[in-house]
Ligand binder design. Structure first.
Ligand code: FAQ
Length: 332
């Protein structure tokens, strides 16, 4: 439209009109957010809102896909056929979550190939939690209990996210995550109640290693969370990182009691006045180190994903060739 303007005065006028139009669009967008309404893919949205969503949703999608690796490590060594079937189904669910989320991000104009390319090139993040190793079978149970538990705590408010395609994906994801959390807790209960001393020790060891990284899943403290204020203003995030972390600690401390494990925090104590558990300091240096690529398994995880992508090339090519053949058949 601008390129068809013959004189700069006209162009300036057009720009001013566009700016006024934009101001009106912005006003309507803000009003809809303030009313607690939803934004659909085809609705007008400010560029920063779009970018924030692509950043968060793609990071979330990558987390689901990379998150398949630590548990995948135990598929061949699950203790019974039942546990193996449950674990396979859970990992498959995580893959499905990744796909819903890539699809939600695609509605914002970024292709899945672009997002995957950013992950493989190290430009995109995924959750810090998946850079820790799964050393024993108890780790699989603890991932279900703590990691899926933290994921649900964080993700239930996202079902009311202002961007409707993301909110819709989250509703389905949360239903499945709640089954994941329960299967993990159930596997641990069996080990704690019917297991040997060695199995109980294995559960305690896994809890000791996963507790603090699980708390880090909620992101940096509110004061250091660069995106929180804007994301809360836009209704993308509904509850702050610290508030979600506190809710998770309060719920989990009680579950730990039922399970019969000790959470590895000497400062963990019910505070009657606050109506919450107090807890000890989190090692934020470790968090930023892992987020920055230097965790125990960062290199291994990324290398696995790149290898899977390269080795899967023939599958993608075959699927495309099949689709082409089908459409030629239909056309004929
Ligand atoms: N790890 O300003 P904020 C799962 C980054 S799915 C890595 O507070 P924001 C299912 C953050 O991106 C788990 N990076 O950021 C499952 C930003 O960097 P950037 C994933 C982190 O976005 C279970 C910078 O730090 N869930 O577990 C982390 O407002 C079992 C500043 O932070 C989601 O992604 C972290 N932990 O809040 C699968 C939920 N925390 O982007 C398999 C959706 C922060 O500027 C097995 N995401 N950063 O380069 C969210 O709710 C938010 O993105 C937060 C971070 C809360 C994670």
């Amino acid at each position: 439209m601008y390129t068809q303007m013959m004189d700069t005065q006209g162009a300036e006028k057009a720009k001013a009109v566009t700016t006024l139009e934009e101001q009106e669009l912005m006003r309507r967008f803000d009003a809809r957010i303030d009313d607690g309404g939803f934004i659909e893919a085809k609705d007008w949205m400010p560029e920063h809102y779009r970018k924030t969503l692509v950043r968060q949703i793609s990071q979330h999608a990558h987390s689901e896909i990379v998150g398949m690796l630590p548990e995948g490590n135990w598929v061949t060594r699950a203790p019974t056929l039942k546990r193996k079937a449950i674990l396979l189904a859970k990992i498959q669910d995580e893959g499905g979550h990744g796909l819903y989320l890539y699809a939600a991000a695609e509605t914002l104009g970024t292709s899945r190939d672009q997002m995957i390319d950013a992950l493989h090139a190290g430009r995109a993040k995924y959750s810090s939690i998946f850079n820790y190793p799964t050393l024993s079978w108890a780790d699989v149970g603890v991932i279900g209990w703590l990691v899926d538990g933290a994921a649900i705590m964080n993700q239930v408010p996202l079902c009311r996210c202002s961007y409707a395609p993301y909110a819709r994906a989250m509703i389905r994801i949360c239903r499945e995550e709640s089954f994941h959390q329960r299967q993990g807790y159930d596997a641990l209960l069996v080990m704690m109640r019917d297991g040997t001393d060695a199995q109980r020790a294995m559960v305690q060891d896994a809890v000791n290693r996963w507790w603090w990284p699980s708390l880090m899943m909620f992101g940096p403290p509110d004061g250091e969370s660069v995106h929180s204020a804007q994301s809360m203003r836009w209704g993308i995030k509904r509850i702050s990182n610290d508030d979600l972390r506190q809710k998770f600690i309060d719920a989990t401390a009680q579950q730990a009691g039922v399970l019969g494990v000790t959470l590895p925090d000497p400062h963990l104590k019910w505070n009657e006045e606050r109506g919450h558990y107090d807890f000890g300091p989190i090692d934020w240096d470790e968090f930023w180190r892992v987020v920055g690529g230097d965790g125990p398994c960062n290199r291994e995880r990324l290398a696995e994903r790149v290898k899977a992508w390269e080795e899967g090339e023939w599958v993608r090519e075959a699927a495309l060739a099949h689709a082409r053949k089908q459409s030629m058949k239909e056309a004929a």
